[in-house]
Design a binder for this molecule. Structure first.
Ligand code: COA
Length: 177
């Protein structure tokens, strides 16, 4: 379901799939071939959400932002790059994610976190505000710590995971879902 807020309606590029049980409100831009799965709630009201291409946001995930204020003139929008896999029931709040990232099921990523390209965040991880996660590494735990460098197979899997979801959403679109 797409809902306007203050006259701004979510914008979807070509090939985007949005499950009808999800709710997208306001200033949200979603790039080509990305997908939004059941029961996702994304609210682009007090700032904006930008999602890149071939990115998937899986079931039950929640996306929100922080408004601008005197001490924080831009607030914290939510920016997600290309080929990103957001697992089931993830909470992303006012953070910036690069490209080819996997955010494990149930992870929480808080305000002003930067996740560089090619990172895996383990299931259930908590990333506290203002942290930067370094490219090429696995982070696990609550609060999350750098666990180890990613293997070549894991780095390759990041792109594969995103591609699998592009294929899956194409099947859903073909079925008229
Ligand atoms: C993080 C993850 C990638 C690590 O897998 P792995 O290769 O088994 O990890 P490692 O072998 O390097 O594990 C190192 C240690 O971390 C622990 N560990 C693994 N995943 C963990 C997690 N999510 N949180 C905390 N600790 C974790 C392991 O038990 C191991 O501990 P030990 O050394 O005491 O035995 C995987 O467990 C995970 O969380 N994947 C997310 C999958 C997902 O959510 N996908 C999206 C939905 S499709």
């Amino acid at each position: 379901m797409l809902r306007s807020y203050k006259g701004i309606t979510p914008k979807l590029a070509e090939g985007v799939y949005v499950d009808e049980s999800s709710i997208l409100v306001g200033d949200i831009n979603i790039g080509k071939d990305s997908s939004i799965w059941p029961l996702v709630a994304a609210r682009g009201d007090v700032n904006y959400i930008k999602i890149g291409e071939r990115t998937n946001v899986q079931d039950g995930s929640v996306l929100h932002l922080t408004r601008a204020s005197e001490s924080n003139p831009k607030g914290y929008p939510l920016i997600i790059g290309d080929d990103v896999t957001i697992g089931h029931k993830v909470m992303l709040h006012g953070c910036t994610l690069g490209n080819r990232i996997l955010v494990g099921m149930g992870a929480i990523v808080m305000d002003n976190v930067t996740v560089e390209d090619d990172v895996i965040i383990g299931g259930g991880a908590l990333i506290p505000p203002n942290k930067t996660l370094e490219s090429g590494h696995l982070y696990v735990g609550s609060p999350a710590k750098k666990s180890r460098p990613l293997s070549a197979d894991e780095l390759a899997f990041l792109k594969v995971s995103a591609q699998n979801y592009v294929q899956l959403k194409d099947e859903y679109l073909e079925e008229g879902q």
